[in-house]
Design a protein around this ligand. Structure first.
Ligand code: DC
Length: 337
């Protein structure tokens, strides 16, 4: 297909500060370039418009200062009753030989749900393979929502510990978790996990919680409880979920599936460094033992065990940096969008 002139639309909601307008405008342009496979060389011009409550800075200037050497223009929209507020819109006119991919970020999707495709990315793999680092970065680059599903199991594990309930006793676990409320909150794109209304994000990364999460995640009642929460989040927006059974059980219809793995020794080494940096008293041997135990738990449980979906792309990160894995995953997705 020959290149022809096309117009790509985009929008993002932002706060009325120089920082927010700068970050959001650049993120919007970067996501449009990435998803449409274009660069400055392809662009004819870029026109931003702002709702009249976003006046702290010019998106055109932000994008120019970020190094984009293209004709840029910003303008203010009329105030229309009932219109989405705090919004930066953009029209990128460019040469392209691909179908147009419009980009709506930070809730701006409500403006034109008809213009954007929803897709999901499943990223499964054993503990310590680097899933959350990769998923977070991929989500940011593509402007989609990240859900760390392990955090949900960890929140339940924490509750069991708080109530001194053995995490491998199905009856006791069910009784303790009968009325539990687990929720997710996003602040500026960062996920927090709520356990019975309390933000427990800072309390769920200990080895003790890891083991309780792994144990209770083998219990059907627990998995059932978290299934609809995960699916609901993926229903109305593009997402990347990391976990153990995303490609096989939670979102078997995902457009993109990856299985990220690394040897137990390499995974233990990474986790050991991470815990040591946090000041935790751990030994490498202890961490390796935990890794092997959790692998066994996660891979051999009867319900939704960790396994590579037949249609997932396997990535072994033993000899790859995090950035290499991220670029590889983003590349595959961006190519297909
Ligand atoms: O990814 P993580 O280490 O934060 O996950 C903690 C535990 O939760 C893990 O050992 C297994 C379980 N888990 C799961 O069974 N299914 C998921 N989708 C995510 C996590």
């Amino acid at each position: 297909m020959d290149k022809k002139i096309v117009s790509v639309r985009g929008a993002i909601t932002a706060q009325n500060t120089v920082k927010s307008i700068t970050e959001c405008s650049v993120r919007l342009i970067d996501a449009i370039y990435l998803r449409n496979g274009i660069s400055d060389d392809d662009v004819v011009n870029v026109t931003f418009s702002l709702t009249d409550d976003v006046t702290a800075f010019y998106p055109a200037r932000a994008v120019r200062e970020a190094g984009h050497n293209v004709p840029l223009f910003s303008t203010l929209e009329p105030k229309i009753d009932g219109a989405l507020t705090s919004c930066i819109r953009v029209l990128v006119t460019c040469y392209s030989d691909k179908p147009v991919r419009n980009v709506y970020l930070n809730g701006a999707r409500v403006l034109r749900p008809d213009l954007c495709a929803v897709y999901s990315v499943a990223l499964d793999g054993p503990s310590g393979a680097g899933k959350s680092t990769v998923a977070k970065a991929v989500a940011k680059k593509l402007g989609i929502t990240y859900l760390d599903t392990g955090a949900l199991y960890r929140a339940l594990g924490l509750k069991l510990i708080n109530f001194s309930v053995p995490s491998d006793d199905p009856k006791a676990v069910e009784k303790c978790l009968k009325n539990v409320q687990v929720g997710i909150k996003y602040t500026d794109g960062v996920q927090s996990v709520l356990l019975d209304g309390e933000d427990v994000s800072g309390k769920i990364r200990t080895p003790e919680v890891s083991m309780a999460a792994s144990n209770c995640s083998a219990i059907p009642y627990v998995r059932e409880k978290l299934l609809s929460l995960q699916r609901d989040i993926a229903k109305s927006q593009s997402v990347i979920l990391d976990g153990r059974d995303i490609g096989t059980v939670v979102l078997p219809e995902s457009e993109f599936k990856f299985y990220l793995t690394a040897s137990p020794e390499e995974r233990a080494r990474r986790r050991y460094e991470e815990l040591k940096a946090k000041g935790e008293k751990v030994t490498f041997e202890g961490v390796l033992e935990d890794v092997n135990k959790r692998d066994k738990n996660d891979m051999t449980r009867k319900i939704a065990p960790l396994k590579k979906s037949y249609d997932a792309i396997e990535v072994n990160s033993d000899n790859m940096t995090a950035d290499e894995v991220i670029d590889y995953v983003v590349g595959i997705i961006a190519e297909a969008l």
